[in-house]
Design a binder for this molecule. Structure first.
Ligand code: ADQ
Length: 737
């Protein structure tokens, strides 16, 4: 619409300029003609009068001159006449000749030069043409005759030309504007927008009717072409679907977003998928220029976002951003990704008290340390447990509301924040198929037994039809825990738990990233990306994580200290870039940890650093994945040293970024990823010596070995990417029927 106004306005301005230009020229030439005519007539009048004045002037017959002057002054266009002697003194003046004209310097000028002289002047009666004619007697200049003629009628004529022209222009502009607007709006833009919509629909694979395509004759050749393309596309899609269907049973070939979409289409037959997690994939924040959005750092989002983008559906999560409410609809819904929507994000609103108890308290200060062997004591507070139960109930209610009209919905519940949700929702909707995926480790039965509410948590989880963990070890731990705590039939052959007529299957699904084997980076990054951060040494190491005590950042720094102490030849040649995003800063333990990391980095920098070089470069912020990829690619070594980690996606991201098949991954043996990434240098992060040795080995490794190791890891991440992860999860769930 704005474009229609712009084009119409532009054309109207152009017409106005053209008409204005023409009118200007017409008025100008008319003025010239009228002026020339007035000058000519004045001269003729002056010439004819001069003859009858010259001899009376020579004879001083003033009365006779005055009578000639008065007679001629009657003429309608004559403003006045005057006769002057050779000294410029007045001999006779018509009564209405303005004073200023009788003193016009033209009079003496014409007598001095003995030539007729005329010019336009402004007088009290308007614009006049003043003409001075020298008078002669016996070849001597004896005076001058002045004739002043009104030029007002010229101005009136010019004004008339402009007025008529502008009136005509106004009428033309109104009609042309209306006609143009109608033409653009209904004849051009409407069919074009119909056509665009039909192309979009064809791209999506929807059926496009003749009417939707728009059938305006001037667009017909284009619509015919598009309909051809759309038919070809449909055939290609059909062929691809057939091929995909044939490949469905084989889960081992490369998985892509498109293949996952086909798979879901074939397996779920349009049954919608609902994902539920605590963290939302997009956070809107209030800024100076309105709301801005960002993707929070965290493994659950990294893994599930590409799946949702591929399959669509609804993602229910806690709305934690300061502008989340203002950008969502009254139900908390918003289409995301914000720049190219593909699925719906439904936000759940929580109070400060709920966040404190459910999230900071029970989830992050009790369950998180309970499940990670990080030697951090879990804090079990009854108040937090109460809030945890309440918020889990709120999430369950939101899901039930969302699936109210959906038959046999598929609900994928994510992580330890929502362990009670499966049982809570199954109570009202036994037909729903529910998976709970536990993204963090499951501890040993003995370790879990210290939780005062262990039974309730296990009962909540067992409401799910399928429980997924990253590794077989976590599955075993879970089965053992249930066996020791809950009365149930445990089947170790099929890995299932039967209770009250309900069966829960337990299976490992090692999560991954959206890597399909293609080049992750558009261009080979230059070192500028590092230099802009102030890192310019020959060798660079990288570490990327949330500032979390399970990630072993302090242990890594110890390893680096040991490395620089034992290999001083790498001073000023190797810099370690630690990218650490702020995490769970409302919890004291996390604030202390962040402080310790900063202090420790500063201490090591003071110990080994020189004027121009710091061994450790700490970036305390969240980077986008687009920013991280070139940094991963430029780093010679990546240090992933958690003291305990469910899987760890950073290690896989580092591998995916190295399409040059270079770079070395140093990986903690306590990560789930260490089971998959066979090409990594495995270390025990508690041993600084072990870490330092691995760094040295990485920096001095032969290119052949580097390539061999990286190739092995890239193949494994490509073959078991997150698309395959979700396909396997959904296949396992639907096979439970
Ligand atoms: P996390 O503990 O969050 O995940 P991880 O798997 O390593 O850990 O994923 C972190 C993600 O956040 C990565 O995609 C990484 O790129 C990103 N990230 C970290 N720091 C960042 C920064 N400073 N800037 C930008 N992005 C940053 C949990 C479990 C893991 C499990 C995942 C998935 O703890 O064990 O692998 O879920 O199941």
């Amino acid at each position: 619409m704005r474009l229609v106004f712009l084009i119409t306005g532009g054309i109207m301005v152009a017409i106005a300029l053209i008409v204005g230009g023409f009118t200007f020229f017409q008025a100008n030439s008319e003025e010239l003609n009228l002026s020339a005519d007035l000058q000519y007539r004045t001269r003729v009048l002056a010439d004819s009068l001069a003859g009858s004045i010259e001899s009376p002037l020579a004879n001083h017959a003033i009365t006779s001159i005055q009578s000639v002057v008065d007679r001629i002054a009657q003429n309608e266009r004559v403003v006045g006449l005057g006769v002057f002697d050779s000294t410029g003194a007045v001999i006779a003046l018509s009564s209405d000749l303005p004073q200023d004209i009788s003193r016009n310097p033209l009079i003496t000028k014409s007598m001095d030069s003995d030539t007729q002289t005329g010019s336009f002047a402004q007088s009290a009666s308007g614009r006049v043409y003043v003409f001075a004619n020298p008078l002669h007697y016996e070849n001597q200049v004896i005076g001058a005759l002045v004739v002043a003629q009104s030029a007002n009628y010229i101005d009136a004529t010019i004004w008339g030309i402009w007025r008529d022209s502008m009136l005509r222009l106004l009428v033309q502009l109104i009609f042309i504007g209306l006609a143009l607007f109608a033409l653009l709006r209904w004849v051009i833009f409407k069919p074009l927008s119909k056509l665009t919509e039909s192309i979009r629909a064809a791209r999506r694979g929807d059926i496009v009717t003749e009417d939707e395509r728009g059938s305006h004759s001037f667009l017909r050749p284009l619509t015919n072409e598009i309909s051809e393309i759309s038919t070809n596309l449909k055939q290609a899609r059909f062929a691809a679907r057939e091929e995909a269907r044939m490949r469905l049973e084989k889960l081992d070939s490369p998985w892509t977003a498109a293949r996952l979409k086909e798979f879901i289409h074939a397996y779920l037959k349009n049954r919608p998928i609902i994902v539920v997690s605590n963290r939302e994939p997009y956070v809107h924040t209030k800024g100076k220029n309105g709301a801005t959005w960002s993707v929070p750092a965290g493994g659950v989002i990294t893994a599930l976002e590409p799946v949702m983008e591929a399959c669509g559906g609804t993602w229910i999560a806690h709305g934690s951003g300061t502008a989340d409410k203002s950008v969502a609809d009254s139900e908390g819904r918003i289409a995301v990704p914000p720049d190219e929507p593909k699925y719906t994000l439904k936000r759940v609103w929580l109070t400060e008290k709920e966040i404190k108890g459910y999230l900071d308290g029970f989830s992050n200060e009790a369950l998180w340390p309970l499940c990670h062997m990080a030697h951090t004591r879990p804090l079990f507070r009854t108040e937090d447990w109460g809030q945890y139960r309440k918020v889990n109930g709120l999430f369950a209610k939101t899901i039930l509301n969302e699936i109210k009209h959906v038959e046999r919905p598929i609900v994928l519940v994510q992580d330890y924040h929502l362990s009670l949700v499966p049982a809570m929702m199954k109570k009202s909707r036994p037909d729903a198929q529910v998976v709970l995926f536990w993204h963090i480790p499951w501890p040993s039965a003995a370790q879990f037994s210290i939780c005062p509410w262990r039974k309730e948590i296990l009962e909540g989880i067992l409401g799910a039809d399928l429980v997924g963990f990253h590794t077989q070890q976590y599955c075993n731990n879970f089965m053992d825990t249930v066996a020791g705590e809950i009365e149930s039939r445990i089947d170790y052959e099929h890995f299932s738990i039967a209770r009250n007529d309900h069966q829960t299957y337990v299976k490992p699904f090692p999560i991954s990233i959206a890597f399909t084997g293609s080049t992750e980076l558009k261009d080979i990054p230059d070192r500028g990306a590092l230099e802009r951060l102030g890192v310019g040494t020959e060798f660079v190491g990288i570490g990327v994580e949330r500032l979390d005590y399970t990630k072993g950042i302090l242990e890594r720094l110890k390893g680096l200290e040991f490395f620089f102490a034992s290999h001083p030849e790498f001073k000023e040649r190797f810099t370690f870039l630690q990218i650490a995003s702020p995490s769970r800063e409302t919890i004291a333990k996390y604030r202390e940890y962040a402080e310790s990391v900063k202090t420790e980095a500063a201490r090591i920098n003071a110990l080994f650093g020189t004027r121009d070089w710091k061994p450790i470069h700490l970036e305390h912020r969240t980077f986008s994945h687009a920013e991280l990829k070139p940094l991963y690619r430029l780093a010679h070594v990546c240090l992933v040293t958690p003291v305990h980690d469910g899987m760890n996606l950073v290690s896989k991201e580092y591998v995916a970024a190295h399409d040059d098949e270079s770079g070395v991954l140093v990986l903690s043996q306590f990560t789930g990823a260490s089971r998959d990434l066979k090409g990594a240098l495995l270390i025990n992060p508690y041993s600084a010596e072990n870490t330092a040795e691995a760094i040295f080995k990485a920096l001095t490794m032969s290119p052949t070995e580097r390539h061999r190791r990286m190739k092995t890891m890239r193949n494994s991440v490509r073959d078991y990417n997150v698309y395959r992860w979700s396909a396997e999860l959904i296949k396992a769930l639907t096979h439970l029927d």
